[in-house]
Design a protein around this ligand. Structure first.
Ligand SMILES: Cc1cc2nc3c(=O)[nH]c(=O)nc-3n(C[C@H](O)[C@H](O)[C@H](O)COP(=O)(O)OP(=O)(O)OC[C@H]3O[C@@H](n4cnc5c(N)ncnc54)[C@H](O)[C@@H]3O)c2cc1C
Length: 505
């Protein structure tokens, strides 16, 4: 069945209203027990392994405008190219690149280096779960996300980690209209349903009737969303690539290595090892800007400048008891996102092992003076980047996030664990995938801007095309080092505060 046909066959009714949830504060956790019966809109995992795409679908990138099996998304080449590939960083960009490369060139010399054996807990890609959604204002990413979502739903490599769940947005922009227009432009059914605030208070049997609605006109519910068990899926991709011939190196890269002409010839590690390659691909996430500057402090043309910086978000876990957890599984994904109010954030339904993840959508940077003279944001240098040492003030932000969604109902339901998760973000929310113009044989494939995880199944195929010089113009320009950054990204994650202003000394 074609993607289009599948999308058309999806039910448009978002969910059935379950029975009343919360009876009192004290029984909050038990109150989740009720029988969510989210049936409509929960697409089954389609049994077909083959992705058949309408030849007439103009919205799909060319490489899926043909019949292609998921496993041969990139056809294997008989002989290896005369290249050695060194991928720095085993997050989603690195892992997806590795798998795509090794599948296309099974005999090639492809290595991946990271600071820990995979999966590395320092990565933004390491996580309990991540949202998979195609609801983008930007139709470019919507098309890309639809392509990725098809793998999450249908590809046996990814679908075991994917869970369907409606997405509820309580937010104050015209996002619903833009997304509906995008669906119309793509010739697809509109999976987003709008509710007035009064109607929104009644959905899910009044689950959100005490939410904060100041500044809100509409509540949106999408039946096109889901979430993935993040670390497990990432591990699977790396395992698959390893079985196909990817080689791993453990090491902390402290600098790039250049020849006399300034071309990149590899990397040097903290243990003074030098690894050389004909193509070095930086998939280093939040560490990228500092690594570039550390590598050549006085070659400013090599540095990120204002293009992207490292930023963090606070996440937190509730770990409800197993019995309660079984009943959480069908709650929707919720995003309460008002740009100018406190408490921005949301939650994803719990993983099968009982981790119920929340996050606060308020980022911060960690700027320090670099020897180059620039202020560069990077994750702290302490053990585990200090990601598990979250000060009390952030606990309060998470609690505000909980309260703007549930009001009094959840007052006695606390968080058990907090984590800072670091990512690289660009001003326009676009990734950086392309050659570095200031150093031959150096490539970037990173800057996920807090929304790239969902592209794990497909982003590597675009990166391989970039490495080969065959990436279509639209993508090349979008992700280029030298693109014009005209406006700030729609989701408002560019950090407006810095760590030093947040900690009380
Ligand atoms: C809190 C939070 C929630 C998010 N939620 C979602 C979501 O729901 N859906 C979604 O689609 N996206 C989401 N994202 C975005 C997504 O997780 C990131 O954009 C993506 O994981 C970035 O991948 P990456 O490969 O660029 O970087 P990373 O995953 O950070 O990987 C970089 C890797 O490089 C390694 N590395 C760095 N420096 C060195 C060095 N010097 N030497 C050796 N190795 C090095 C690191 O150890 C790490 O393993 C979220 C991000 C955050 C922070």
């Amino acid at each position: 069945m074609s993607i289009l046909a599948r999308a058309r066959s999806r039910p448009t009714q978002p969910f059935q209203i379950p029975q009343r949830l919360f009876s009192s504060c004290a029984s909050f956790s038990r109150a989740w027990l009720p029988k969510y019966t989210q049936k409509a809109g929960t697409s089954p995992h389609y049994p077909s392994l083959r992705l058949t795409v309408h030849r007439s679908s103009t919205w799909l990138p060319p490489q899926v405008r043909r019949q292609v099996s998921h496993r041969s998304h990139i056809e294997a080449m008989a002989s290896a190219p005369d290249e050695t590939y060194l991928i720095v960083g085993a997050g989603i960009f690195g892992a997806s690149t590795a798998l795509s490369l090794i599948r296309k060139y099974p005999a090639a010399n492809v290595r991946i280096i990271d600071r820990e054996p995979f999966p590395c807990q320092l990565a933004a890609s390491w996580d309990w779960n991540k949202i998979i959604r195609a609801e983008y204002n930007d139709i470019f990413y919507m098309k890309l996300a639809l392509e990725a979502k098809d793998h999450w739903e249908n590809d046996p490599m990814y679908s075991p980690f994917y869970h369907v769940a409606n997405g509820v947005w309580i937010q104050d922009t015209n996002m619903a209209d833009v997304i509906s227009d995008n669906y119309a432009e793509l010739g697809l059914p509109d999976l987003v349903k709008r509710y007035t605030v009064e109607e929104g208070k009644k959905i899910y049997d009044g689950l959100f009737d005490q939410a904060e609605y100041e500044g809100i006109d509409q509540v949106l519910v999408s039946t096109g969303t889901g979430w993935a068990e993040a670390t497990k899926a990432l591990t699977k991709v790396l395992q698959e690539a390893t079985e196909a011939g990817l080689r791993h190196v453990n090491g902390n890269v402290i600098s790039l290595v250049f020849n006399d002409a300034g071309d990149c010839i590899g990397v040097r590690t903290a243990s003074e090892e030098t690894l050389t390659a004909s193509k070095t691909i930086l998939c280093t996430g939040a560490a990228t800007a500092k690594l570039l500057a550390d590598s050549a402090p006085y070659r400013k043309e090599l540095h990120a400048g204002g293009r992207f910086i490292a930023a963090a978000m606070c996440t937190a876990l509730m770990t409800p008891e197993a019995e309660a957890c079984a009943h959480f599984k069908d709650v929707p994904i919720v995003l309460h996102e008002r740009l100018h109010y406190p408490g921005r954030g949301g939650f994803i339904p719990p993983t099968p092992d009982g981790n119920f993840k929340w996050w606060a959508d308020i980022t911060f940077s960690n700027l320090t003076k670099h020897e180059s003279g620039e202020d560069i944001s990077s994750p702290p240098t302490g053990p585990y980047q200090g990601q598990w040492d979250v000060p009390e003030s952030f606990h309060d932000e998470m609690i505000t996030g909980r309260d703007v969604i549930f009001g009094e109902k959840a007052k006695h339901f606390g968080f058990d664990k907090y984590r800072f998760c670091w990512d690289a973000i660009s001003r326009d929310d676009n990734f950086f995938i392309g050659p570095h113009p200031a150093s031959k044989n150096l490539y970037l494939a990173t800057v996920g801007s807090f929304h790239s995880w969902k592209f794990l199944p497909i982003i590597g195929s675009y990166i391989v095309k970039m490495l080969e010089g065959t990436l279509e113009d639209e993508y090349t320009q979008r992700w280029a080092w030298d693109r014009e950054i005209e406006r700030e990204g729609a989701h408002g994650y560019w950090p407006k505060r810095d760590w030093k202003d947040l900690i009380k000394v």
